[in-house]
Design a protein around this ligand. Structure first.
Ligand code: HEC
Length: 142
């Protein structure tokens, strides 16, 4: 009976392990979570070169939650990367940082036929993108 119990336990552990692995492999496919940006000033559809919400408290609040739902699983909780993806606290500040941020947010990153980061521009939209950037600015480290 004792041995049988142990076998069952090992089986359970193996199953758990497999579930964790498939969750990891599914990383890139997780559906983006919609972000309610209705409280933020309208900025049109054409992508801007510079974050219009920089320092905007409401945008920072929305950006924090949008980041948690869409980016943290790769870039780490509270923007502290565990190593899977770049640590966004070190993203360049100012306008050239804004442009690089927008480039990655909109188009993601793929090479050699593999998706490293999915594109978010069309699904979440420009307002959500800049809100996330506004929050990231509060976490910036040189
Ligand atoms: C599936 C994992 C994944 C998710 C989800 C993800 N990213 Fe990324 N991101 C990456 C990887 C991997 C890279 C590095 C890509 C490369 O260098 O080719 C990256 C790169 C970036 C960069 C450029 C960083 C640099 O130092 O060059 C920015 C900015 C960025 N991501 C923002 C975001 C934002 C904002 C979100 C959420 C809306 C997000 N990412 C969601 C994996 C992810």
């Amino acid at each position: 009976m004792k041995i049988l119990g142990r076998v069952a336990l090992l089986g359970a552990i193996a199953t758990l392990g497999m579930t964790a692995t498939s969750a990891l492999l599914a990383h890139g496919d997780v559906t983006p979570q919609a972000v309610d940006t209705s409280a933020l000033p309208e900025i049109g559809d054409t992508w801007l070169e510079k974050n219009p919400y920089s320092g905007n408290a409401k945008a920072i609040e929305i950006g924090q939650s949008a980041y948690g739902q869409n980016c943290a699983r790769c870039h780490g909780l509270d923007a502290e990367s565990g190593g899977i993806a770049p640590d966004l606290r070190y993203l360049e500040a100012g306008e050239s940082g804004d442009q690089w941020f927008a480039e990655r947010f909109r188009h993601g990153s793929s090479h050699d036929g593999k998706v490293y980061m999915p594109p978010f521009g069309d699904v979440l939209g420009q307002k959500a993108g800049w809100a996330i950037r506004a929050w990231l600015e509060t976490k910036h480290e040189g």
